[in-house]
Design a protein around this ligand. Structure first.
Ligand code: GLC
Length: 529
């Protein structure tokens, strides 16, 4: 199915994704239609009315492909099939058609860095001898030491432990993530051809774009050199340093050019990459005109609630795309990081700060990625040991509790657990305290987080103040900032200091909390025109 690009608004025909608000659906945790306790495609379809009411433009669905679920779907055994846990292709087609009927685009994950160990290619590789065609689709090497019992290099896996596992005949295979996620060899032409087939498969079914998992991985440097010793102790969540040989190899850009070529055959489609690089220069290379349409910039996920730090993060994100046709992207949370209500201190303080940052993020030019549940102000959940499922927990010898706390199923309605998420037992326990955070409760409350998001999204879409793509900074008291959208004139002021400060001049459009006469209270942001 080929579509034409749709011009929008009064700017010279921006494409739909250039200023879209995307909503990330962690499929396992959004809505369960069949009572098995795991979210699914029909569950999403049944909640499209909510997503339209919320006012998002596009969805990003996390992997729903056939998978043994060792990393909850980021271990794919067939990238062109729907896992029965989530539905089937007919359910996917219904979801895409209905989402489009609601005016919502649908983008999906692709996972090109690795497959599942249950992918037919990997099964065949284990049965085949060293140096065979089957093994050459992955990264198999002999070990070091007299008997080859030392891994080929010193690379750690992102999930803890070595990035190598030894097989029955003594060779080792590379897995940057868990041993159940063997890395593909991107020098192999079959690997490239298979990704092209996968992209076309889903584009032909009507998807509007892709999120490319581990977009700075895939290519590996010649000779697989050791990692510098000093990097070995770095925390898993740290962005990838230019000195880390596991990521950001020059050859990765050829893969993005390949993805772009396919997308260009389907006008209006797009790809966004998961890019955890450290510097703006590294980032910029991914969004050159013939590479990715968008890159995830994660700087806000690692920035404290501090006006100077947030301003620096915004400037860096803008700088990183300044020589590219790509707009900046803004992300406060996703399924890999702690939810920002919790990062900002939790409780009522975390909520106040999250409300303020919602206005900061939604006032900015470019693309916003919301993570399901942030519009409800969900915090991270401290789960008991028995409930933890993220491979990180086991791989780190129970030292890193992993990412399950930000993946707890969404509370929809009613007063008892699991609040309409499922007729069965949810795959992670949902806290009783979320009774006050359900969609149903918040829709009725004009002061709720959900009402704030709805109002902000509506203004962002319809108010002329949000026009243009550039920002300028105003002078502001210490601990505060104010930016102005150059094209439209919207002003956003944030106060992270300990006391009230005077509001900038203008008419208030929306505030994240109660204003104090002509003052902007601490931990509050405001939009003015
Ligand atoms: C990405 C995903 C993460 C997954 C990893 C391995 O970082 O966002 O959830 O575990 O890739 O596929």
């Amino acid at each position: 199915m080929r579509r034409t690009a749709e011009p929008e608004g009064d700017d010279p025909a921006p494409l739909w994704w250039q200023r879209a608000v995307f909503y990330q659906i962690y499929v396992r945790s959004f809505a369960d239609s069949d009572g098995d306790g795991v979210g699914d495609l029909e569950g999403i379809r049944s909640r499209l009315g909510y997503l339209e009411l919320l006012g998002v433009d596009a969805l990003w669905l996390t992997p729903f492909f056939r998978s043994p679920m060792a990393d909850h779907g980021y271990d794919v055994s067939d990238p062109r099939a729907v896992d029965p846990l989530f539905g089937d292709l007919a359910a996917f087609d219904r979801l895409v058609a209905e989402a489009h009927g609601h005016g919502i685009k649908v983008t999906i994950d692709v996972v090109p860095n690795h497959t599942s160990d249950e992918h037919p290619w990997f099964r065949a590789a284990l049965l085949a001898p060293p140096n065979s065609r089957e093994r050459s689709r992955y990264v198999f090497r002999d070990g070091r030491g007299p008997d080859g019992s030392v891994p080929p290099n010193n690379w750690p896996s992102v999930f803890g432990g070595p990035a190598w596992t030894r097989v029955h005949d003594g060779q080792w295979y590379l897995h940057l993530f868990s041993p159940r996620q063997p890395d593909l060899n991107w020098d192999n032409s079959e690997v490239r051809a298979d990704l092209v087939e996968t992209l076309r498969f889903w584009l032909d079914r009507g998807v509007d774009g892709f999120r490319v998992d581990v977009a700075d991985g895939m290519a590996k440097p010649q000779g697989l050199p050791d990692m510098p010793e000093y990097l070995l102790s770095i925390d898993r969540s740290a962005t990838h340093s230019p000195a880390d040989p596991r990521f950001d190899a020059d050859e990765v850009h050829e893969i993005h050019r390949l993805i772009r070529k396919v997308a260009d055959e389907y006008p209006g489609s797009m790809a966004v990459g998961e890019i955890w690089v450290e510097t703006d220069e590294q980032f910029a290379r991914y969004v050159r005109p013939d590479e990715l349409h968008l890159g995830f910039n994660f700087t806000l996920t690692t920035t404290d609630f501090d006006a100077d730090a947030v301003r620096r993060a915004i400037d860096h994100s803008l700088e990183a795309v300044s020589r590219s046709p790509s707009p900046a992207t803004w992300t406060l949370s996703n399924h890999d990081v702690d939810r920002h209500v919790t990062r900002y201190g939790g409780g009522s303080q975390g909520l106040r700060r999250a409300r303020a940052m919602a206005l900061v993020q939604l006032g900015l030019p470019g693309v916003v990625y919301l993570y399901n549940g942030e519009e409800l102000g969900l915090p991270n959940v401290s789960l008991p040991d028995w409930a933890l499922q993220d491979p990180l927990w086991e791989r780190t010898g129970h030292t890193d509790r992993g990412r399950d706390g930000s993946r707890v199923p969404l509370p929809w309605e009613g007063s008892s657990v699991p609040f309409g998420f499922s007729a069965g037992k949810p795959w992670l326990p949902v806290p009783e305290e979320w009774a006050g955070l359900t969609v149903e409760t918040q829709l009725e409350d004009p002061e709720s987080m959900l009402s704030l998001y709805r109002h902000a999204l509506e203004l962002r879409k319809t108010h002329a103040g949000f026009g243009g793509t550039e920002l300028e900074w105003y002078g502001a008291p210490p601990g505060c900032f104010a930016y102005r959208r150059k094209g439209g004139g919207l002003i956003c002021a944030l106060n992270t200091s300990g006391g009230p400060v005077p509001l900038p001049p203008g008419e208030v459009l929306l505030a994240s909390g109660p204003l104090d006469g002509t003052d902007l209270p601490p931990e509050t942001a405001v939009w003015l025109v």
